[in-house]
Design a protein around this ligand. Sequence first.
Ligand code: IMP
Length: 433
Amino acid sequence: MPVLTVVGAQWGDEGKGKIVDLLAEQADYVVRFQGGANAGHEVVVGGQNYVLHLVPSGILHPRTLNIVGNGVVLDPDSFLKEVGELTARGVKVKGRLFISPRAHLTLPLHKALDAAREGSKGQKTIGSTKRGISPTYMDKAGRVGLRLADVADPDYCLSQLKTSLQEKNVLFRHLYGAKTLTARTLWKEIARAAHDLLPYMADTEGMLNAAWSSGKRVLLEGAQGSLLDIDFGTYPYVTASNATAGGAATGTGLGPTRIGYVLGVCKAYATRVGEGPFPSELDPRRNQALRELGGEYGRTTGRARRCGWIDLVALRYAVQVNGLDGLAVTKLDVLDSFPEIEACVAYRVGSRTLRHFPPTTAELARAKPVTVRLKGWARATTGARTQAELPKAARDYLRFIERESGAKVALVSVGAERARTITVDPRLKGWRF
Ligand code: IMP
């Protein structure tokens, strides 16, 4: 079953873009299955940097077809801008990029609402990217959203928009002191974008099932990370979609039985952007040092990421809730200069020691990390292309991660370029799963 799902095993920003780009070389299809323009997947090819927000990371491989699945929330302006930029840089997009008719649209009203909620006193600050993600998923669940296929029916769109605005305008006017919106103005904007957007619409669920039946290689690309998942993440400091592997089925139309392998991407350390508990976070001085070494600034918002040691309690949990078959450990080289590294293996909450990830944010916020000290390798790893070429202490670190997390290391990344990779699990080379 050559269908591979790649998910973030931490709080997002694990380096999924590079891993997906690398594996996409052999893929026939790359499919985004959740999230929206809040994602920022960075890929470095031939010294050139690409940051992809909505377009799947397979677009940089000329023979790979790319799909934006039904589970994604699509911001038409952001999508068309990204396509325009890729085209201007010589990437062929037409005929290689398709959107599900069932993908919900992120409209200006959703972005306005996201910004108003984050900025308003009395609302919990989540540190959202303000890309309208949560309001779009709220409208999807509230059954007042618009899907791509709907834009061909102006009367239906106007009636959905009117229903949605009935409530939203009360909030804009009376709660947020913001401008109200009219269905007609919104529809005009959608109609303008629809002309450029509709050529990308295709029966993606049918395409993917046909691809599966004929043995094609399909890569399902997750965005954000397991600990930002709406169900399993550090609620309420989460995103609004299922960033764990279950979302790959509901967000593409490929049933769970079709998926052959789930790869979890985790950094050799940990980062988080936005609010919310982060038990292994470092003190400000070491936080800053690791941030500079790892270039830990958000690709979508430019925000400084919070940095900490690897959290193996959280990773153990991510292994379970995703059913991970393997781990891709990224940015190992960022730790090259450390004479000693630490790893969080348990939490202390009051007088208790926890080895499992607690369900409430209150408990997690009180958790103090129990760390173990490990020998650093204090040597460059960027040249290694096999595990044997890694310093012994680096290999020991990887074995330690395996023992503590319960998943095998399948791939190791020692630099941003495609070549700076060690593929450990042979199944990933031949897509034999
Ligand atoms: P939202 O998805 O914009 O609503 O943001 C909710 C939370 O998820 C915030 O803490 C964001 O910083 C975080 N978040 C959303 N997308 C990403 C991502 O791609 N990487 C890392 N964090 C993200």
